[in-house]
Write a protein that binds this ligand. Structure first.
Ligand code: NAD
Ligand code: ZN
Length: 367
């Protein structure tokens, strides 16, 4: 049976429903929250042939009228041009303000469709049906939507919370193992930030999650979403300076720099960069005498056993520390012109620190 988890925000709440077979029952599961028996499903051309029919049948079964809009797969759809095109096609369908936009796809479709839902007619109800592990455990919960700009990723967007999230483990069976692993890195991240029990669970269940065990996958998604729901419920708009949502960036200052330096050509997936970034955040914390070295080793070993990239050498070519530092300076998480890092006192104990010197960052990047 599906499990339900509540995301409680000031003035609104929604459910994250996890389990198998949810797409085919989407109409019944969503009926209580839809404002109108009409929905537009946005998906990409990789996911459409795999899962769109199951979802539209599941919606149509309860009398919901469904249109679908398909976008090209990949980060390039999450652009101003991609946004304009999708918004125009949405309006051409004659949608109304109570029509629900349903994102069926990974984080790219979720972020793009979510921003269209936030903007078209000044805001339409939005449902996330995440189809990558990354989207199920991270991007579909929390309401951040947006697109990439010339100056960088995710620089234009809006907070627009979904009215429901359906995380169906069945769709993960078609996901390439490399994408599955990349999503897994974000689950590990959640444990490392503030949930030791989740991290311990990961150490004993990684092989099951990555091997396709549906029950373990559902449990992993539920645990990671529960963690993210707690954090987001406490700080919906990332307004807390030192804790709250800012902590979700553990490993990400490094990861974004690696992604920018490697280029977005598919050679380094976001979750893979996060794996390396997590180990670097632990090493930086250890260098600053904040965190025991044995925790750093434990995290590195775990990511390695899970088949993830975990050190700079895994990027496949030498990377210049100075260039990586330059990328970090352009990260939108800069505050008052200073680099702000998420550091750790140990596994499950992340905190933000505004005063990390360039020398320490460069030392960690140099090996
Ligand atoms: P993605 O959406 O590009 O999906 C990865 C690939 O998998 C795509 O080619 C897609 O077509 C394919 N795919 C998706 N589901 C599939 C399935 N079930 N079977 C087979 N193939 C499938 O990438 P992603 O990793 O899911 O998301 C990355 C994006 O998420 C980035 O743009 C990132 O900025 C964003 N993100 C947003 C948030 C947030 O809070 N909004 C958080 C983290 C990441
Ligand atoms: Zn991430």
């Amino acid at each position: 049976p599906p499990r339900r988890l509540e995301v409680a925000l000031p003035g609104r709440r929604y459910e994250v429903i996890t389990g198998a077979g949810l797409l085919g029952r989407a109409g019944a599961l969503l009926a209580p929250v839809l404002l109108q028996k009409r929905a537009v499903v946005v998906t990409d051309s990789t996911v459409a042939p795999l899962h769109l029919q199951t979802l539209t049948d599941g919606l149509a079964a309860t009398g919901i009228t469904v249109d679908s809009l398909v976008v090209p797969p990949g980060e390039s759809s999450k652009s101003l041009a991609g946004f304009g095109d999708l918004a125009d096609r949405m309006l051409a369908l004659g949608v109304e303000r109570r029509t629900t936009v349903i994102a069926l796809g990974g984080g790219v479709v979720g972020d793009l469709a979510g921003f269209v839902a936030a903007s078209v007619l000044r805001g339409m109800p939005f449902v996330q049906v995440p189809t990558t592990l990354l989207a199920q455990v991270d991007s579909s919960v929390g309401g951040k939507t947006g697109i990439n700009m010339k100056a960088g990723k995710n620089l234009v967007g809006a907070f627009h919370q979904p009215i429901a999230v359906l995380a169906d483990t069945d769709v993960l069976s078609t996901l390439p193992i490399r994408e599955l692993r990349a999503g897994y890195a974000e689950i590990v991240k959640a444990g490392l930030i503030g949930d030791v029990a989740l991290y311990d669970w990961c150490e004993s269940h990684a092989q099951d999650v990555l091997g396709g065990d549906a029950a373990c996958q559902a449990e992993a998604v539920r645990l990671a979403c529960a963690f993210k729901a707690r954090v987001v419920g406490d700080d919906e708009r990332e307004e807390k300076p030192n804790d709250g949502r800012a902590l979700l960036n553990l490993g990400h200052t490094f990861a974004h720099a690696l992604e920018a330096e490697m280029g977005f050509d598919g050679s380094l997936l976001h979750g893979e960069a996060v794996g390396i970034g997590l180990v670097l955040a632990f090493r930086l914390s250890h260098r600053l005498n904040l965190c025991p070295g044995q925790d750093t080793v434990r995290v590195a070993r775990h990511l390695q056993r899970a088949g993830l990239k975990w050190r700079l050498a895994d990027c496949g070519r030498p990377l210049d520390p100075e260039r990586l530092l330059a990328h970090m300076r352009k990260d939108k998480k800069m505050r008052d012109g200073r680099l702000s890092f998420v550091l750790v006192r140990g596994i499950g104990e992340a905190f933000t620190s505004p005063d990390v010197s360039d020398a320490d960052v460069l030392a960690v990047l140099a090996g």
